[in-house]
Design a protein around this ligand. Structure first.
Ligand code: GFB
Length: 318
C-alpha cells in the first residue's frame, strides 16, 4: 500500500467524465500514475451501493477523489430538485461508506460554495457553514452537500476516517455542459454569444438583472488544488477553493463578448432568477496552506472558448 500518493498509488477518480473529474484525471495522467481508476457510468453506477462495494473489493482504491455529483446551473437546480437531492445523497453515501469499510487511505470530498448561507458575510469563510438560511433555488443540492460534509466529519470522529472536504467556488473549463437549460452561466454565455456572432444577431439575452456577483475558478486550477491538498492536508476543517475576486454577471457577459469578438448588445431577462446576490469565498486558509490559483479569468475564458470551438468543429465532422 502506498504511504503517500505517488505514482504507484491506487487512485480512484469518481465522476471522471465530468468537468471536475476529467480535469483531475488529466492532472494525474500527466504524472503517469500506474493505477488510475476512472470507470465510466456504464462500468460502475455510483448510485448502486452493491456495485460500488464490489468495485472497492476488487480494485482496492487507496486514494479517492469524489468528483461525482449531479450538478447544474440555477435553473437545473431549481427544476430537478428531487433528482439533485436524491442522486447526490446516494452517490456520496455509497462512496464514503465503501471507502471506510474497505480501509481506503484517504478520501477527498468536493462540496460547493452554495453550502454557505444565502446572505453570508462576504467573502465567505469556512466558519459561516450552518449560520443562516440557504439560497432557495439550490437548497436541495446544498443540503445534500452539507450532509456529505457532516458524514465525513462523523466518520472521522467515530471511526478515524481520513476524509477532507474542499469547497470550490463556481467552476468552468473544457468539457463543460453547454445545454442552455441546465448549464451554469459561463458556458451558457459563451455559447449564446458565439451563436449570436455566427447568426449576426443584434443582441444576447442574459438571465436576471446582471447584478449578482460570482467568483469563477478554472477547473485545471481546481484539479491542481485537489492533488496538492490530497498530498498535504489532513485537517478536519473545510477548505475553500477559489481565486479571491469576483465579477458581476453583467461584467462577465462583457468579458465574454470581448473574447468571442461579437459587437452585439446585452439584454437582461429579469423574469429569470438572480439567485444568491453574491458568492465570493474567503481563501485565507487555502493560501496559508500554500496554494493559490494561477489562471486569470480572461486567459481561462479564452482557453475555454478555444476548446469549445474545437469541440464544435469535432461535433460537425463526427
Ligand atoms: O451559474 P448559475 O446558473 O448558478 O447562474 P449560481 C449564475 C448567475 O448567472 C445567476 C445568471 O444570477 C443567473 O441568473 N445568468 C445569466 C445565467 N444568464 C444566464 C444563463 O444563460 N444561464 C445561467 N445558468 N445563468 C449554481 C447553483 O448557482 O451554482 C449550484 O445552483 C452550484 O448549486 C453552482 O452551487 C456552482 O451561481 O446562481
Amino acid at each position: 500500500m502506498a504511504d503517500e500518493m505517488d505514482k504507484t498509488a491506487r487512485v480512484f477518480v469518481a465522476g471522471s467524465r465530468g468537468l471536475v473529474g476529467s480535469a483531475i484525471a488529466r492532472r494525474l495522467q500527466g504524472e503517469q500514475f500506474a493505477h488510475l481508476l476512472t470507470p465510466t457510468r456504464a462500468e460502475l453506477d455510483l448510485m448502486d451501493g452493491r456495485a460500488v462495494d464490489a468495485f472497492f473489493a476488487k480494485e482496492r482504491p487507496e486514494y479517492i477523489f469524489d468528483a461525482a455529483a449531479r450538478v447544474g446551473g440555477i435553473q437545473a437546480n431549481n427544476t430537478f430538485r428531487g433528482d439533485f437531492i436524491r442522486e447526490n445523497l446516494q452517490i456520496q453515501i455509497n462512496l464514503i461508506d465503501a471507502a471506510h469499510r474497505h480501509g481506503a487511505t484517504k478520501f477527498l470530498f468536493l462540496g460547493s460554495s452554495c453550502i454557505y448561507p444565502q446572505l453570508a458575510p462576504q467573502p465567505m469563510k469556512e466558519e459561516h457553514l450552518l449560520t443562516g438560511l440557504l439560497e432557495p433555488t439550490n437548497q436541495p443540492y446544498a443540503i445534500a452537500k452539507i450532509a456529505g460534509i457532516e458524514m465525513i466529519d462523523a466518520y472521522r470522529r467515530q471511526y478515524g476516517f481520513k476524509g477532507i472536504c474542499l469547497m470550490p467556488t463556481n467552476l468552468y473549463g473544457p468539457g463543460d455542459n453547454y445545454n442552455l437549460e441546465t448549464s451554469h452561466v459561463l458556458p451558457a454565455l459563451l455559447r449564446k454569444v458565439h451563436e449570436a456572432k455566427l447568426a449576426g444577431a443584434p443582441s444576447v439575452v442574459v438571465w436576471g438583472t446582471g447584478k449578482p456577483r460570482r467568483e469563477f475558478l478554472h477547473v485545471d486550477d481546481l484539479a491542481d488544488a485537489c492533488v496538492f491538498l490530497m498530498r498535504s492536508y489532513d485537517g478536519d476543517k473545510l477548505v475553500n477553493i477559489g481565486v479571491g475576486t469576483d465579477v458581476s454577471i453583467g461584467e462577465l457577459a462583457r468579458i465574454i463578448v470581448g473574447v468571442v469578438g461579437h459587437a452585439g448588445e446585452i439584454v437582461f431577462d429579469t423574469s429569470k432568477p438572480d439567485g444568491t446576490p453574491r458568492k465570493l469565498l474567503d481563501v485565507t486558509r487555502l493560501h496559508s496552506l500554500g496554494w493559490r490559483a494561477r489562471i486569470s479569468l480572461e486567459q481561462g475564458i479564452a482557453a475555454t472558448y478555444r476548446s469549445y470551438l474545437a469541440g464544435a468543429v469535432h461535433a460537425r465532422s463526427a
